[in-house]
Design a protein around this ligand. Structure first.
Ligand SMILES: [Zn+2]
Ligand SMILES: [Zn+2]
Length: 282
């Protein structure tokens, strides 16, 4: 399923609401003396709504409740009751912001969870938009334990790379890391992670997930080793009380929890030396 869920549409809805109230008030007040003041008050309320929307951007998509109006002279009289379609409860269960970049725009909505994604933010990239009527499921909603085994699942593809099942698993783990939005922010781009002699960042790992990339992963251990390198760099080049260091700790703990779930033989492996021997799948 696809939709336009964006700041623009939200802002547009709110400005419409302001217009609606103005016309409503004119009907109630008949254009008499007190109306302009009432209009100002109602529009101020709408501006406050607008500010709450903008604040939502700044707080990474976390719902922000508009602060109470600062204490001031009491309002001369309550505004007449107005009704607006935007006051109705939301029927849309999906979030407003892309789970990876926390921005709006044209987003693909998961039909199984509240998450929405830009086509290029989801891993793997959503090449073709699903039809309006088609259900679409994000990779976070795939339960690998329930996936029936397909022939060739455990074999590398003819052109090289990871076997399909492992490819999906490392894509899932990478998407999970990006969706830890605040903790992953310092580790996304090469420019942020460039101080170490062997820099590593999430975007570089994402490139190696592309089946056509010359540096594509051919073994899960390479993927886990890159993630460990990213975390080691963060610990080596940042003081333990820095926010980057703490974010790395949080993200690595989360990463190990995900490994325990999906690739338990790699949980807590340092990423250096011999990769762990494969244990039977739990
Ligand atoms: Zn996005
Ligand atoms: Zn989902």
């Amino acid at each position: 399923m696809l939709r336009m869920a964006s700041v623009q549409s939200d802002v547009f809805a709110k400005s419409l609401r302001c217009d609606y109230k103005q016309s409503d008030l004119l009907t109630y007040g008949g254009g008499q003396g007190g109306v302009p003041g009432e209009l100002d008050k109602v529009c101020a309320a709408s501006v406050q709504d607008l500010m709450a929307t903008i604040a939502k951007l700044d707080s990474n998509g976390v719902q922000v409740v508009a602060e109470a109006e600062p204490a001031g002279p009491p309002a001369p009289s309550p505004a007449p009751p107005v009704h607006s379609s935007t006051d109705e409860p939301r029927a849309d269960p999906n979030e407003d912001w892309c789970a990876v970049c926390m921005d709006g725009g044209e987003l693909v909505c998961c039909d199984r969870c509240p998450k929405v994604f830009h086509q290029y933010c989801h891993i793997p990239t959503v090449d073709k938009l699903p039809d309006e009527a088609d259900a679409w499921q994000c990779l976070l909603c795939v339960n690998f334990a329930e996936l029936p085994a397909a022939p060739g699942d455990e074999l590398p593809p003819p052109g090289g790379g990871l076997p399909p099942r492992q490819q999906r698993l490392v894509e899932r783990l990478t998407l999970e890391l990006y969706c830890q939005y605040e903790a992953s922010l310092p580790f996304r781009e090469a420019a942020q992670c460039g101080a170490a002699p062997r820099p590593m960042c999430l975007d570089a790992m994402r490139v190696k997930l592309q089946p056509r990339s010359p540096q594509r992963y051919t073994h899960v251990a390479q993927f886990v080793a890159d993630a460990r390198l990213l975390f080691r760099n963060a610990y080596a080049y940042n003081p333990p009380d820095s926010s980057i260091y703490k974010d790395a700790k949080r993200l690595e703990e989360f990463f190990d929890a995900q490994l325990l779930k999906w690739l338990p033989e790699y949980a807590y492996w340092s990423g250096e030396g011999e990769p762990p021997a494969k244990r039977p799948r739990l």
